[in-house]
Write a protein that binds this ligand. Sequence first.
Ligand code: AHR
Length: 514
Amino acid sequence: MLRFTLVYLLTLGCLSSFGQQSATNIRVFEPDQPETISRHIYGHFAEHLGRCIYDGFYVGEGSPVPNTAGIRNDIVDALRALEIPNLRWPGGCFADTYHWKDGIGPKADRPTIVNTWWGGVTEDNSFGTHDFLNLCELLETEPYISGNVGSGTVQELADWVQYTNFDGKSPMSDLRRENGRDKPWKVKYWGIGNEAWGCGGHMRPEYYADIYRKYATFLSDSGIEGGLYKIASGASDDDYNWTEVLMKNIPHDMLQGVALHHYSVIDWSDKGSSVDFDESEYFQTMQRSWLMEELIEKHTAIMDRYDPQGRVDLVVDEWGGWYDVVDGTNPGFLFQQNTMRDAMIAGLVLNIFNNHADRVKMANLAQTVNVLQAVILTDEEKMLLTPTYHVMHMYKVHQDATLLDTEVESPVYALDGEDLPAISVSASRDDQGKVHISLVNIDASRSHPVSLNLKGLVSGDMDAAILRSGNLQDHNTFDNPEKIKPVSFRDFRFRNGMLTASLPPFSVLVFSEN
Ligand code: AHR
């Protein structure tokens, strides 16, 4: 049983008898039952949406931007440095409109399509199955393909699986070979539709559960070690009935993961600016981000009832901040800036995922390039790494590490009569035996001293890195792309297993045993 305890003090910080803020005690300790933080929690998402694929990842072979088969080399390098474990494609809502056979064969012969969900733009299908799977090979990442259930057929999806995975002779593997690829890519992760309750077909959960069973029946496991990993289109936010109906009505040997989508959005009809926001908006974004904790606990409780052995995973395959688009950009392209607020979302939510590593085995930040909470922004030949990228980079030490238990009595971050825990933490031990602790202080104005009890856990010394900036609204620009980046943090004491430090306002820190 994992133990992650968060208690938060209902006072505005604790004052010692000398009038100084006393330190928050954080205990880190070995779990009773070791649990691995799946590296797949650190997954990404690339949809045919706005400038994520076209004019993002993919610039085409004739582009002056250095590329490999049309894929930008600088993006590949940046994502390789993140060690991204998986990449979800082609949607999102787009997935349920996508017919994969339109995107294979000579590019000049491919039909155009209209992207009805995102801006009504015409696409020439020059980025298709081969382009995506070859990109995944360049990135050394696992592809996660979302299949078309809403407007496709069972045969179409079964053919796609055969095309990508079958090594022997068959109609689809012959077609793949005709298109220049001999060996199959062996795609393990398949989504059976996306947001079936909404853009994926406005289905009721009972109907979708039956549809899922039919699709899952005809997707061949052939050539995939351990079989395909099939993911059911999951609930939005607190739609607990959706999870309940799926867990009850789909045989668990047909189901490896159930999805969940939750965005840190203030109000769907008035999302606010990504850059020009006040503290009240910031606070609301943090409330929506902390909500991930409650959502995971409640969806997990339902899954526990139907699957006490924990065989079916929770896959949070869309998460992140969502604001109004940047002025002057296409409203259907979902282009937003990425500030220190987004770094707080990332640090906090990734800590939540780590701490729920027993059920959350996969997650996908929306989206990788130029869309929503992107880790990379591009402008013609220029590229920048966002604060969110840097959090992902700092946290990669947790990938496939063993989760350590933590106990924290967090002070509160309060605004207008409401409060939240100011501090979030998660910790792990990597395969070299080194301990890593990630800490986030979301408080907009107050530093919080912390005292971490690491007795018996750490034998070496500790190093630390910090991501911070002067203003919550700060972000990297193409003129100043390195304004925000992690720097070494030395302002801490580590003696006799006790680590003390003061966490600056809205900062993310990772302490690592060296
Ligand atoms: O990530 C953008 C969109 O958000 C996805 O296409 C959809 O699944 C969700 O509603």
